[in-house]
Each structure stands twice: as C-alpha cells, then as structure tokens.
Design a protein around this ligand. Structure first.
Ligand code: MN3
Length: 222
C-alpha cells in the first residue's frame, strides 16, 4: 500500500488550542479544559500512535483518512484505532468548532439549511439537546450533512468514540458535542442537558459555515 502514502503526518500530535484553558468560562470551566485537552485528548493521541506503531505504513495518512478506511486496517489494531483514533479525531473536530468569541448563531446558507431541515434554529437546538440528553452512556452528538441527499442535515448520536467518518456513517460532520462525563461533570454534574443547552454560546458558527461550504464543494478533509 505504499503508493497511497503522502508526506508523513504521524505520529499524531495533540493539536494546540486557539484559545486558553480559561477562555471558555463560564460555559466550560478551566479545570475541565485542562483535563479534557491536556489529559483525555492526549491519551487518545498516545493510544492511536502506539497502535499504529506496529503498522507504520498507516501513519502517512491523516487520522480522518485512517478512520474512513477503518475496514482495511489490520485486524489486530482495528478496534484500538477505532477507539483511540476516533477519540483523537472527535476531539480535534470538537476543539475546532469552539470559540470564546460569542457569535450571532448560524447565518447565511447554514441558517437556510437548518431552517429547511428543522424548521428553525430554535427547533434545531431543542432537537439536538434532546438527542444528546437521551443518548445512553458515553458518546457524541453530531450534526451531519448527507451529500448524497442534497446535503440534507441530520442530528445523530454515536456511542463511545465512534466517528462520523467511519464507513457506517459516511456523512461529514458540521458540529460535534462531547457527551462523555469528562466533558461536563465538574461543572454540570449529572445535568447533561444543561451542558448541551449552555454549549451553543461557544460554537464557532462562522467556522461551521465554512465546513458546510467545504462539504458542498466536495472537500474531503475539513
Ligand atoms: Mn472528550
């Protein structure tokens, strides 16, 4: 499989944040950010690097591409890469869509798409919070676009560190919200719905608009 190898991008690294650990207060407290990025995400990066070290030919691919090709991975590392690599990819995605600068919510084409598929932004938020609150156990809530259905938007939740990039869920993600207790428990305790209702204030909607434009332009790597 050497022919598919672009310049090396691995072993993967913990991506630096574009904001400080305290900058998302009051939505996310500093201690949660410090643990979540510095410890939890780091552990996923270390875990996927360790798993792929026995099959280094895969380290030439981005983590997103590895997850798209999960079924082709050697049997002995597939599940570990699904968990640890999924954890790295989901967190990398999550940090990208957060911002300390409060935005005015979705606008333009993104708002039009949300209104077309959910009726209104308010209804969309209610449905997203409900889906995330009802999801049993750890996992993620996503908003995805289906390119094969005229970019229809859909809210879905996945367990553990499963990624929307995997073959069973091939539609690219616009937003992702972490439903694991480590994402919210220090501040919100067992009130996951409160975390989901609060997190809208830190979503970087201009960047989400860029993601939608990229998906519609056929970009694979967002
Ligand atoms: Mn997490």
């Amino acid at each position: 499989m050497t022919e598919m190898i672009p310049p090396p991008v691995g072993p993967y690294v913990l991506p630096p944040l574009k904001f400080g650990y305290a900058d998302l207060v009051p939505v996310i407290d500093e201690a949660t950010m410090r643990l979540h990025h510095g410890m939890h995400h780091r552990a996923y990066v270390d875990g996927v690097n360790a798993a792929l070290s026995s099959h280094p030919e895969w380290l030439g691919l981005t983590i997103e591409e590895v997850l798209r090709r999960l079924a082709e991975l050697p049997d002995d590392i597939r599940q570990t890469v699904r968990e640890q690599g999924g954890g790295h990819a989901n967190h990398q995605f999550f940090w990208k869509i957060l911002t300390p600068k409060r935005t005015e919510g979705p606008t333009g084409d993104l708002l039009a798409a949300i209104e077309k598929d959910f009726g209104s932004y308010e209804t969309f938020k209610e449905l997203f919070v409900e889906a995330g609150a009802k999801h049993f156990g750890s996992g993620w809530a996503f908003l995805v676009a289906h390119p094969q259905e005229n970019y229809r938007l859909e809210i879905l939740t996945l367990p553990n560190q499963d990624s929307v990039l995997e073959l069973d869920h091939p539609s690219p993600g616009l937003i992702a919200c972490d439903l694991w207790e480590h994402a919210y428990y220090l501040k919100y305790n067992n009130r996951r719905a409160d975390w989901l209702r609060a997190w809208w204030d830190i979503v970087n909607w201009p960047y989400v608009s860029e993601r939608l434009a990229g998906i519609r332009a056929g970009k694979k790597q967002l």
